[in-house]
Write a protein that binds this ligand. Structure first.
Ligand code: ATP
Length: 352
């Protein structure tokens, strides 16, 4: 296992800037998720750490050893791909043991390690099958077994669950997490699925346009998003954003007025409130806001209410599944004032 340090890393593909000065430190034994929209550079960062991509500038260290220019085979990393990348002509046990044979590990040790991963991942009954004779979830487990059998310093996973159906994804999520708790190998996991990131990551690095825009625990990312982008990317349904005027110590807009506790140098500010922090019942810190229901989405465990407030501004409210106001109904909702987020409309940075 190793601590991974990435320093000011940039990567160009011709004129495309895939990574733009990335700095990140991943503690020894941590499970860190790279989260971000398609094309933000997640896979490129993972491939640079693996040595599969040559960096344009910057440095990478495993513990205190610089690995920036080392070949992948000399880095002691393993990678699990979305496509599993199993060898189709080899039985499962050969898929798992082949990397060990290449390293000239003794037969006895190979047998020992094979038995270890087979029981860890519950795949003993599959060892004599070919990949084509396995389900997607089983193939994924074999790919993970092959990746950890040599206890790498760093385990890299690139959207490993995205080819699985929704139920299996949830199951594999907890299996991978439990596996990490047992093996404790430093893991870097790429996904664009925020639920995966929130449930699996000790820490999450949110990426956008080749940069890490916030690096923190799931709680920090959810409770204190540093930018408008992070606030909007994490959370489902998305956070509501309301542009408010700042005047005479008050915020106003959409029929809402909020008395400020401190002076703000801005003329306008963006108020963020998550759908789960708006309620139908009056609460201690609830700020009443009148609205008209224009759409109701009944999900299995909750109801999503789309409201029109003020000058036809739409806000989304998450309420219990057994309540469903009628479309066209006028009602009052309560914005929890202890859960407000504020952002500067120009810099898009959080304002405390
Ligand atoms: P996704 O979630 O869609 O896989 P990502 O966040 O992993 O996206 P990358 O695959 O790292 O993003 O791509 C980052 C940027 O670099 C994109 O603009 C992409 O088009 C570009 N890119 C990636 N690989 C190459 C390549 N081999 N040649 C040219 N451009 C590339």
């Amino acid at each position: 296992m190793a601590k991974v340090v990435v320093e000011n890393l940039s990567k160009y593909f011709d004129r495309v800037k895939a990574l733009d000065g990335v700095d990140i430190t991943i503690e020894d034994g941590a499970f860190v998720v790279l989260l971000g929209p398609s094309g933000c550079g997640k896979t490129t960062l993972l491939r640079c750490i693996a040595g599969l991509e040559k960096v344009t500038s910057g440095r990478i260290f495993f513990d205190d050893v610089e690995v920036t220019t080392l070949q992948p085979k000399d880095r002691n990393v393993s990678m699990v791909f979305q496509s599993y990348a199993l060898w189709p002509h080899m039985k499962v046990k050969d898929n798992i043991t082949y990397p060990m044979k290449l390293k000239k590990i003794s037969k006895k040790e190979i047998e020992k390690r094979l038995n270890w991963v087979a029981s860890l991942l519950d795949i003993s009954q599959l060892l004599n099958r070919y990949p084509a004779q396995l389900s997607g979830g089983q193939r994924q487990r074999i790919a993970v077994a092959r990746a950890i059998v040599l206890t790498p310093k760093v385990l890299l996973m690139d959207e490993p669950l995205s080819n699985l159906d929704a139920l299996l994804r949830v199951k594999m999520r907890s299996e991978l997490k439990k596996l990490h708790e047992e093996v404790k190998v430093t893991t870097i996991y790429v996904t664009h699925d925020q639920t995966e990131a929130m449930t699996m990551g000790d820490k999450i690095a949110v990426m956008n346009a080749g940069k890490i825009v916030q690096y923190g625990t799931p709680d920090e990312i959810y409770l204190k998003p540093k930018t408008l982008f992070v606030a909007g990317f994490v959370g489902s349904p998305q956070m509501n954003f309301l542009k408010m005027r700042v005047e005479n110590g008050k915020l106003s807009g959409y029929g809402i007025e909020i008395v400020l506790q401190k002076n703000l140098a801005l003329k306008e500010i963006i108020l963020g409130i998550r759908p789960e922090h708006i309620t139908l019942e009056k609460t201690k810190h609830g700020l009443p806001v009148k609205g008209t229901v224009y759409f109701v989405e009944k999900l299995m465990s909750e109801t999503i209410l789309h409201l029109s407030i003020g000058d036809n501004k739409h806000v989304v409210v998450k309420i219990p599944y057994n309540i469903s106001p009628k479309e066209g109904e006028e009602l009052t909702v309560y914005f929890d004032a202890t859960k407000f987020h504020f952002f500067d409309p120009l810099t898009e940075e959080r304002v405390e």
